[in-house]
Design a binder for this molecule. Structure first.
Ligand SMILES: [Zn+2]
Length: 400
């Protein structure tokens, strides 16, 4: 079996290929579930490898299966490939050439590292007892791309051996470059979007008693939601409720008939998620009712909690330490309250996601432009660590 030093050296030797692929993707970002140019680049990069490739029917997803020399279980490695609707302002010489689209979450690096790992693993097929499924997904940024792939049979890509373990990497400038950051249990939050429409009765601003004014009711709901979170939610199973958008009225002397609020609910367990969604609805409806208005509550379901298997998270930590050095393997004390649709895969099979730090060395992690910023720059020197760790996870899972 390829040892850690050899594997990392191989990843470093292939770094130019990975960086070139990453920059090609970076120049031509695509947003959402249909990424035809990105898919074409992925298929071209896979073309020389001994893998069986299928493409999605409802999205431009790509699944590649690498069969090892001996039979065994099937292990899944995932990279997402969609960009964000954002104008890039980095000034990089390989910056986005598409107005209003940018690989600002580093998914271009995920694809490049994943396919770099496919190259390393293809050279080591004789060490594999089982199959590696490479999941290259569109639509991570709120489009539920992973769910489409699961619905299309992702986990049965190898019919005789359904996927039994999974691993993913997410790059981030919040961590020092080259570090692997992971934790057991919840890694990222569930995210639900809610909308509240208040129906009152409009009229002259001088005679509120003959109207049903939604403005003070909207304000009261915003405050009541914060009181609900602090008084009704156990701090050890926390929640964040943010009203990010509020709209009502047109001018100073008219009481509007309606008001609108929307926001996000972030939670770290399925139980808390259901609980807080119900409480937000209750607060909105009951506060409105108290003032003789009505509230229409609507929830747009987002991603579930991303939960790392505790055994696998420990393996990631240990393997990152062996591969990259103990100082490069950093346990995360807390989850992040962002959301991630790899959660759908981790609901079905035990596995883990880890963050790869990629803050440029001249900047401060967490203070430099972060993921989703128009100015974010990822340190490409971190990529061989991710490529090697993807490969290490599959080699160890399929060691036979
Ligand atoms: Zn992302």
């Amino acid at each position: 079996m390829t040892d850690d030093a050899t594997l990392l050296a191989a990843a470093r030797a292939d770094a130019a290929w990975v960086v070139d692929l990453r920059r090609r993707l970076h120049r031509r970002p695509e947003v959402g579930l249909q990424l035809p140019q990105t898919q074409a680049i992925v298929l071209e990069a896979l073309a020389g490898l001994p893998v069986e490739v299928t493409t999605g029917t409802s999205t431009s997803s790509v699944v590649a299966v690498l069969r090892g020399a001996r039979p065994g279980p099937t292990y899944l490695l995932r990279g997402d490939m969609d960009a964000l609707p954002l104008q890039e302002d980095t000034g990089l010489d390989f910056a986005s050439e598409i107005p209003g689209a940018m690989h600002a979450c580093g998914h271009d690096t995920h694809v490049a590292m994943l396919l770099g790992a496919a190259r390393l693993l293809a050279e080591r097929r004789d060490e594999l007892a089982g199959q590696v499924v490479f999941m290259v997904q569109p639509g991570e940024e709120g489009h539920h791309g992973a769910r489409y792939m699961l619905d299309e049979g992702l986990l049965d890509a190898v019919p005789e051996a359904p996927v039994s373990g999974a691993f993913a990497i997410h790059i981030s400038t919040s961590f020092p470059t080259g570090t692997i950051n992971v934790r057991p249990g919840p890694l990222m939050a569930a995210a639900d979007h809610f909308r509240i429409t208040l129906q009152g009765a409009g009229g002259h601003a001088s005679t509120p008693h003959v109207t049903a004014d939604p403005v003070p009711v909207a304000a009261e709901i915003v405050l009541a939601l914060q009181a609900m979170v602090t008084r009704r939610v156990d701090v050890f199973d926390p929640a964040v409720v943010t009203v990010g958008h509020i709209a009502a009225g047109t001018t100073n002397n008219i009481i509007p008939a309606t008001a609108f609020l929307e926001g996000t609910i972030r939670t770290l367990s399925a139980e808390r998620r259901a609980d807080v969604v119900a409480r937000v609805q209750r607060v909105a409806e009951k506060v409105a009712e108290a003032h003789e208005l009505t509230a229409v509550f609507e929830r747009v379901e987002g991603y579930p909690v991303t939960v790392n298997d505790s055994v696998v998270a420990g393996q990631v930590e240990a393997r990152a330490a062996a591969l990259l050095g103990t100082e490069a393997s950093v346990p995360m004390p807390d989850p992040l309250m962002g959301a991630e649709d790899f959660s759908y895969v981790l609901e079905r099979v035990p596995g883990a996601m880890a963050f790869l730090g990629a803050c440029p060395p001249d900047l401060v992690p967490g203070e430099s432009p972060g993921n989703h910023s128009n100015l974010v720059v990822f340190d490409e020197a971190a990529l061989p660590a991710g490529t090697a760790l993807y490969a290490r996870m599959a080699l160890d899972a399929l060691a036979g």
